[in-house]
Design a protein around this ligand. Structure first.
Ligand SMILES: Cc1ncc(COP(=O)(O)O)c(C=O)c1O
Length: 500
């Protein structure tokens, strides 16, 4: 057994505390400790199987309290970096090979989203298909009954909302409930600035329209959620893709480089549980992102649709929580966490709040009042929080099963993400496998996957796929996933024989 002494900071323990105190708005010590240890584990300086020093020893070494070290170790456990072994201590965890940081081209490109997106989305609601395509969970995982009853009660109680035009920015009760809920992401949002939207996509679209003009360049993650690409395409915007790491998200160094070298007008980013790779930026990076937006006077459109599903509490914190200048426009919805069918989203657009509210008013007169009131009640009564706690556990188990099957059934050399929450897996197949070909062959067998080409404006990610593992595992779904793996193996063999 390998046991190490870990020097987290080059200086003394006093340096660590002093350094933190000197920084304005500094992150808690346990987080600094956790980030550094994670860095050492990711670069291999701390090898898999290494035992971390005892908490007492580490606390002495760093001049911090034992509870700080304990919290740092717990955080690392949440992040999947280390594991506790009974009576032995904490050990660096083995991980299946994750894909590497992306290397998209630095030049901006016009966006053209493929027709495959339509097929993927249509198949999700078609019982003839086993869909690993559209990003949706089994509907019975959500508290449907409670919501249905709440909506029925609300329709009775607030029948007058049916006979009147809705409130333009959404019912005040829902906006207050969203503002209250946003505290769990560290955000202090004024409910009067919140606009209720038709899902998160509309929120993002409104923000983009408020801050850009056709032809402008927008920085996005690479790979990026294809819905963003559709947003950009529909408003004739160009995308510059920023390298993104499967665990820590968008590279801020690369983003800074893009800002230095190109007239980027906005940044669209999912700092927590991104789609498709499930990455979450460390809190320190979220702080840096907000600071960057202020320094460069550039809007960050932050998508927090999956923050409530992040496995760790610190992961749920939004970059918006560090925004002191109104440069972060925060967009969310309940589509992944409560009721995709209700399509209720929201936005607080910081210094662009007025423009966003005007754009929203220009295209619709608000949405269904009694539904919004029912949602507000669920949020206020804590039923939403309660359901989230259950969901996080279920999705973690769904993902673990998916990873296991992929590890066993997919071609040798396959890499996959280890998402920080949520229910997508991104799988990187060995380089000879064309994921469009895999998609076509699977579709002929009523199996749906999303090929990697949909997540980029470039010709990258040909060998990648995204799988939705949020639908309950049935015998048919397990068999379906194994079949996808088998088909991938066949394509690989054909490629090695020079047949494709
Ligand atoms: C990151 C991200 N943002 C936005 C959306 C769309 O959200 P909504 O359905 O609420 O419009 C999705 C859906 O998959 C998503 O993954």
């Amino acid at each position: 057994m390998l046991v190490v002494s870990v020097t987290v900071c080059a200086g003394t323990a006093a340096t660590l505390s002093a350094m933190m105190q000197a920084m304005n708005d500094s992150p808690p010590l346990y987080q600094v400790l956790a980030d550094r240890l994670e860095g050492l584990a990711r670069t291999g300086s701390l090898k898999i199987g290494t035992r971390l020093p005892s908490m007492r020893h580490h606390a002495q070494q760093q001049g911090v309290s034992i509870s700080t070290v304990l919290q740092a170790y717990r955080t690392l456990e949440d992040r999947g970096v280390i594991e506790a072994r009974p009576k032995s201590g904490f050990f660096v965890r083995p991980t299946r090979k994750a894909p590497q940081e992306s290397k998209p081209p630095a030049k901006p490109a016009m966006v053209e989203v493929r027709a495959i997106v339509d097929t993927v989305l249509r198949a999700a609601g078609d019982p003839r298909y086993i869909s690993f395509g559209a990003a949706q969970a089994s509907s019975d995982l959500y508290p449907n009954q409670r919501l249905r009853r709440g909506i029925a009660r609300s329709a009775q109680l607030h029948a007058e909302t049916i006979g009147r035009y809705p409130q333009l920015a959404g019912m005040i009760e829902l906006r207050q409930a969203i503002s209250h809920h946003a505290l769990s992401m560290g955000c202090d949002l004024d409910h009067r600035e919140i606009v209720v939207t038709h899902g998160c996509r509309e929120a993002i679209g409104l923000c983009l329209r408020a801050v850009t003009a056709p032809g402008d360049i927008v920085a996005i993650e690479s790979p990026a959620y294809f819905g963003f690409l559709q947003n950009l395409q529909s408003t004739s915007l160009r995308a510059v893709e920023i390298p993104t790491h499967p665990r820590t998200g968008m590279s801020l160094d690369a983003l800074e480089f893009a800002l230095d070298t190109q007239p980027v007008r906005a940044i669209v980013v999912v700092p927590t549980v991104s789609n498709p790779i499930g990455s979450t930026m460390p809190v320190t990076a979220k702080r840096r992102l907000a600071a960057l937006a202020a320094q460069r006077n550039i809007p960050v459109i932050e998508d927090v649709i999956c923050n409530d599903l992040a496995s760790s509490q610190e992961g749920r914190r939004a970059a918006k929580s560090f925004d002191r200048t109104g440069h972060v426009m925060i967009c969310g919805s309940f589509s992944k966490t409560l009721a995709p069918g209700l399509a209720v989203g929201w936005v607080e657009a910081g210094r662009w709040s007025r423009q966003v509210a005007e754009l929203k008013r220009a295209c619709s007169a608000g949405s269904v009042g009694f539904v919004e009131l029912a949602l507000a009640e669920m949020l206020d009564r804590g039923s939403y929080e309660q359901s989230l706690r259950r969901l996080r556990g279920i999705f973690a188990a769904q993902v673990a099963t998916g990873r296991q099957i992929i590890g066993d059934a997919f071609p040798k050399g396959t890499r996959m993400t280890d998402p920080s929450g949520g229910f997508f897996l991104r799988v990187e197949l060995p380089s000879g496998i064309d994921s469009i070909e895999l998609y076509k062959r699977c579709l002929a067998m009523q199996l749906v996957i999303v090929p990697g080409a949909l997540f980029t404006t470039s010709k990258r990610y040909q060998n990648c796929i995204r799988l939705n593992v949020g639908e309950r595992w049935s015998a048919a779904r397990i068999e379906g996933l194994k079949t996808i793996g088998r088909v991938a193996c066949e394509i690989m063999e054909e490629a090695s024989r020079g047949e494709t």
